[in-house]
Design a protein around this ligand. Structure first.
Ligand code: ADP
Ligand code: NAG
Ligand code: NAG
Ligand code: NAG
Ligand code: NAG
Ligand code: NAG
Ligand code: NAG
Ligand code: NAG
Length: 692
């Protein structure tokens, strides 16, 4: 009970911190809008089938829908001279305009990027709910929009009554073209084909901004057809002077006298140069049928043929079903019934990931391949990890553990949703983390701008998140859970760039299956605690050691151990902890901070993180702080004691043998100077697995 209250308190604090540091999503996907958290106003609604309907049957009115959180296009500049430019972005959506009359519509809609979600002063009709008579063309609007206009308004110099236009602060488009696309037909010259916006047919649009070329392209095509190579519009525009640092993305539309419905079926967006995630057409909601069901006069003629066909189809279906049974076969044993809801059907996971298509592959890790998927039942995005596993021995214990771990719930853990078991493999289903793993951001060369993506404030936020997640596993849940493989590649970033610990408990799989005769140490070089190497027994203390290595990695932007190219020689290794220690001995530990950050970091925080990293990397398990102490140090409620001058680490088992007599001395020295706000009870090296 007390733990629960404490946890809630911690959550309240954590959420408050988040609110201050909240940042927009870098990527999002809506395959339909059922259950989506959109900001809607005016006539806009989401239909029960998941369609975003911007207009209803009210005339002379407006409708707006926005992705709820602002997207940070630029971080506020710190006081250095470099200019932070706007990154590229990419978005795609599927829409349909359904007018009361097939040949007449009196308004269109726009996709927009605006500094505010409040468009209450905008006007309906030809102003598309975007601007009003007086602010049309005002550069202070800072609005970028792409209009799909079904009326030719001479007052905005429109080209025709079926056009697409790129709008910058004004409904007078800077570039426009008749709706349509360039059909590519192999080698031949592309052929332009008209599209009628009011045809009631769904169409797909791609809007891309290339920051390097300062170019906007708009491409469209009938839905489900491949993206045309040649865009409909390409226009040189420098959006860095248009789009505000933080901006909202959404749609705006308006009605006039003729009733018209503007639908958006699906939408995705990506910032930073990667193409917008593809939409999953099969999961897009269907447009409602218009008018009565067409009746076929041919029915009477077709009936006998249909009957024969039906019989044949039934036989064929029998065969297909049999094949499916084999294709979707899974292992299920009696003992698994007790784990009920955590068990997924393989068929659902197969569908969710588009048959484990390569295009859905998120990455390949030490345990197997990870795919992105959308659960057909709920529409939630998931990551499915396929772990191959030969031995059935230990599987029951492992599944029991997976299920119990699935009950761990914390905002800094990647939620495990369930599992599925087949012959020779285990599938684990996790919440999808749109920003991938931390190490990709930390060690990427090119692509993302590290300074922009992972500035110091973000790194510190991620560190605190990971510490909170680990503390929860170690101390605040009803069982002690040892992670066993803390490292930057097991820290994933959610849509808000919060650090979340992933892969917990997986290392256990290898323990269970392992031959008891051979000590099989699971973990990663540079993160392995000395006692773990010696005994093979993972404890919360060995997690703290790995967390120390993680702290240094995040602060310095370098891996714990870096092999020099091609040379497999101990002397030619870069050992991060030794390097940081070098700086520490010279009394300038912050000199070890990632050089790519320049001077843009908080020196006091960096000093704390680096010294804390060293403390966690203490060779003696009991001298390392607990995660609770780590949390106190990080939030400033306790002061991290100075390391003893004799502090030394070891990196290889051999070196450890040499250090052994020495570090026990220094350990006791260090301990005696340790005074913290927490109860000191946890300082002895007690047995750590099992309940408390
Ligand atoms: N829940 C998730 N959401 C999004 N991407 C994920 C998720 N889990 C794993 N990935 C991606 O798959 C890659 C491989 O994952 P994983 O098998 O956990 O790696 P490792 O074994 O190296 O820790 C990761 O680098 C990450 O990019
Ligand atoms: C249309 O939307 C407006 C504004 O939300 C609402 O007042 C009105 O009742 C809606 N009309 C219909 C027919 O749903
Ligand atoms: C549209 O609005 C006008 C008044 O603004 C009203 O007279 C008319 O009946 C409305 N038409 C429809 C179809 O709702
Ligand atoms: C940036 O520099 C200006 C003057 O050069 C100073 O007034 C301001 O406080 C600085 N801001 C920050 C965040 O350091
Ligand atoms: C930064 O941008 C301003 C205005 O856009 C320009 O005058 C200045 O030269 C730029 N500075 C650098 C270092 O590029
Ligand atoms: C037009 O919109 C602006 C804000 O963009 C507002 O200040 C102004 O009052 C509006 N004008 C009219 C006529 O509604
Ligand atoms: C838009 O175009 C019309 C017609 O060419 C022109 O009269 C009007 O001034 C333009 N408005 C703006 C804001 O550029
Ligand atoms: C395409 O649209 C243009 C402009 O509206 C029109 O002139 C042309 O005839 C249309 N072509 C076809 C094939 O519909």
């Amino acid at each position: 009970m007390a733990t629960k209250i404490l946890l809630q308190l911690m959550l309240v604090v954590a959420v408050a911190v988040l609110a201050v540091e909240a940042t927009g999503a870098v990527e999002f996907t809506y395959n339909g809008f059922g259950g989506a958290r959109l900001s809607l106003d005016g006539m806009a609604t989401v239909t029960p089938s998941g369609l975003l309907l911007l207009t209803n049957d009210t005339n002379m009115s407006k409708g707006h829908a926005f992705h709820p959180d602002p997207v940070t296009f630029r971080r506020p500049a710190t006081n250095d001279t470099r200019n932070i430019t706007m990154p590229s972005f990419s978005t795609t959506f599927v829409f349909a305009i359904v007018s009361e009359f097939l040949d007449l519509s009196t308004s269109g809609f726009v996709f927009l990027i605006a500094p505010s979600k409040d468009l209450s002063t905008a006007m309906p009709q030809q102003y598309l709910g975007l601007f009003n008579r007086s602010d049309n063309g005002d550069p202070r609007n800072r609005v970028f929009a792409v209009e799909f206009d079904t009326v030719r308004n001479p007052e905005f110099a429109d080209i025709d009554n079926n056009h697409v236009g790129v709008d910058v602060n004004s409904l007078n488009s800077t570039a426009s073209a008749t709706a349509g696309y360039y059909h590519d037909d192999g080698e031949e010259e592309e052929e332009f084909r008209n599209l009628s916006l009011i045809s009631r047919e769904p169409m797909q649009v791609w809007v891309d901004y290339d920051a390097a070329a300062t170019e906007v392209t708009v491409t469209m095509a009938p839905v489900r057809s491949p993206r045309p190579r040649r865009p409909l519009i390409s226009s040189k525009i420098d959006l860095s002077t248009v789009i505000s640092d933080e901006a909202y993305l959404g749609f705006s539309s308006a009605s006039s006298i003729v009733l018209v419905k503007h639908y958006v079926l699906g939408w995705s967006f990506s910032l930073g140069g990667t193409p917008a995630p593809p939409l999953d057409y099969r999961n897009l909601p269907k447009l409602p049928r218009i008018g009565p069901k067409p009746r076929s006069k041919a029915l009477i003629v077709a009936l006998p043929i249909a009957t024969t066909a039906a019989v044949l189809a039934a036989v064929a279906a029998g065969f297909v079903l049999l094949r499916r049974r084999i294709k979707y076969a899974e292992l299920r044993e009696d003992w698994e019934t007790e784990f009920g809801p955590h068990r997924f059907a393989f068929k659902d996971l197969h569908h969710a990931t588009g048959g484990f298509k390569d295009t859905r592959l998120l990455g390949v890790g030490g345990f197997g391949r990870v795919y992105r998927g959308v659960l057909p039942s709920s529409g939630t995005e998931v990551a499915v990890k396929r772990v191959s596993h030969e031995s059935r021995q230990g599987m029951k214990e492992f599944v029991a553990e997976v299920v119990s771990i699935g009950r761990l719930r914390h905002r800094n853990l990647v939620q495990l949703l369930g599992y599925c078991r087949r012959k020779g493999e285990l599938l684990l289903v996790y919440d999808y983390m749109p920003n991938g793993s931390l190490d990709k951001h930390l060690h990427s060369h090119g692509g993302y701008d590290v300074r922009l993506e992972l500035d110091w404030a973000r790194r510190f936020h991620v560190i605190r998140g990971v510490a909170a997640g680990l503390l929860y596993m170690h101390e605040d849940w009803d069982q002690v859970v040892v992670h066993r493989d803390i490292k930057a590649s097991n820290v994933l970033l959610d849509a808000e760039m919060n650090g979340r610990v992933g892969d917990f408990g997986l290392a256990r799989l290898y323990d269970h299956g392992a031959d008891p005769q051979t000590t099989h140490v699971v973990g990663t070089m540079g993160y392995l605690a000395p006692e773990l190497v010696r005994t093979g027994k993972a404890t919360t203390r060995s997690d703290v050691f790995a967390f120390g290595a993680f702290l240094l990695e995040v602060a310095c932007g370098r891996r714990p151990i870096e092999e020099e190219d091609g040379v497999d020689d101990d002397d030619d290794r870069f050992v991060l902890v030794e390097w940081v220690l070098g700086h520490w001995r010279e009394g300038a530990i912050v000199g070890a901070v990632d050089a790519r950050l320049g001077s843009a970091f908080d020196a006091a925080e960096a000093d704390l993180v680096l010294r804390l990293g060293l403390a966690c990397l203490h060779p003696a398990p009991a001298a390392r702080p607990t995660m609770r102490q780590v949390m106190h140090y990080l939030d400033g409620s306790a002061t991290l004691p100075d390391l003893p001058e004799t502090y030394a680490t070891f990196n290889t088992p051999a070196a450890m043998e040499i250090y052994k007599p020495k570090f026990f001395d220094s350990w006791s020295t260090w301990r005696s100077t340790t005074s913290t706000a927490t109860s000191g009870a946890a300082m002895s090296d007690i047995a750590l697995s099992g309940g408390r």
